[in-house]
Design a protein around this ligand. Sequence first.
Ligand SMILES: [Zn+2]
Length: 62
Amino acid sequence: MAKHPVPKKRMSRSARDTRRAHDALTAPTLVACSQCKEMKPPHQVCPHCGTYKGKEVLKIEA
Ligand SMILES: [Zn+2]
C-alpha cells in the first residue's frame, strides 16, 4: 500500500507555479580579471593567470 508520496489533493496551478518561482538557476557571476582580462569569479584568485589584486601569484600548470 502506497503511503507517503501520493498527494492527497491536487495542487492548483497557482500553488505549483508559486512554489516554482524560486527554482530558476542563475548564471555564475564572472568578472574580467584585471591582470589578464579573462573572465573569472569575483573575489577569487584568477585561475588563468594566478593573480589576485595584481599579486598573490599562484603557479598555474601548463
Ligand atoms: Zn587573470
